[in-house]
Design a binder for this molecule. Structure first.
Ligand code: PEP
Length: 251
């Protein structure tokens, strides 16, 4: 049975003390969400050690927002998967569209990052999604299929168990424009079919596929009701504990 997951992506927001307060508030409200929902917060590198302390023994897991594509060594400014694991992370987001767009994240780099994250015991939230131009040209299925094939298809069915897919249409991220439940369901089903073609129907059934893109308390229930949507990757609305938990309560 695949997991329902609601993960907050804080991006480059909050100072360390603000982040600690936000995490404490999330923990305090977390009991409102159904037990079956895995809660995750993804925070900047600077926040991870103090947040690991706050989240220890709670139902809220800790995630990084990225990791290096190299194991260790002379890579100034990078943070390795081993470092993230030692800081208390259980997950890392990889391939967020902001990293693809602003920091030259390629599918080839994502293969390395995913390999290192898994080797260090981290679960991966792998982001895919098309931009507006691609959606308007009707290329969204091709774009997402290529992203899945270029990255995910390099791993085994066993490794797939440690990977969560997040479908995030770039045109919906931080724009207030959400994909309709029909648009989201259609492409989530397509992603599951693509995963099934390589890894088998059962492996695809067991893979959590999250929706991300202006998901908020007012639209989460409709999205989460779709059969192939297994939760959300939440940006802006994750910066308010009440909204983040209200989204998790949409199940
Ligand atoms: C995200 O960046 O992962 C995201 C979904 O952002 P937002 O919810 O703000 O659109």
């Amino acid at each position: 049975m695949r997991k329902k997951i609601v993960a907050g992506n804080w991006k480059m927001n909050t100072t360390v003390p603000e982040g600690v307060e936000l995490a404490k508030a999330v923990v305090e409200l977390s009991g409102k969400a159904d037990e079956s929902v895995q809660l995750i917060v993804a925070a900047p590198f600077t926040h991870l050690c103090p947040l690991a302390e706050v989240l220890k023994g709670t139902r809220v897991a800790l995630s990084a927002e990225n990791c290096a594509d190299k194991e260790k060594g002379a890579y100034t400014g990078e943070v390795s998967a081993a470092m993230l694991a030692s800081a208390g992370c259980g997950y890392t987001i990889l391939g967020h569209s902001e990293r693809r767009q602003y920091y030259g994240e390629t599918d080839a780099k994502l293969v390395e990052k995913t390999r290192l994250a898994l080797a260090n015991g981290l679960k991966v939230i792998l982001c895919v999604g098309e931009n507006l131009e691609e959606r308007e040209a009707g290329k969204h299925f091709d774009v997402v299929e290529a992203q899945i094939k270029n990255v995910l298809f390099n791993f085994s069915a066993e490794e797939l168990k440690e990977i969560v897919i997040a479908y995030e249409p770039v045109w919906a991220i931080g724009t207030g424009k959400t994909a309709t439940a029909e648009q989201a369901q259609e492409i989530h089903a397509f992603i599951r079919k693509t995963v099934a073609a390589k890894f088998g129907a059962q492996a695809a059934e067991d893979t959590s596929i999250l929706y991300g893109g202006s998901c908020k308390p007012s639209n989460a229930a409709e999205l989460f009701a779709c059969p192939d949507i297994d939760g959300g990757l939440i940006g802006g609305a994750a910066l308010k504990a009440e909204d983040f938990i209200a989204i998790a309560c949409s199940y």
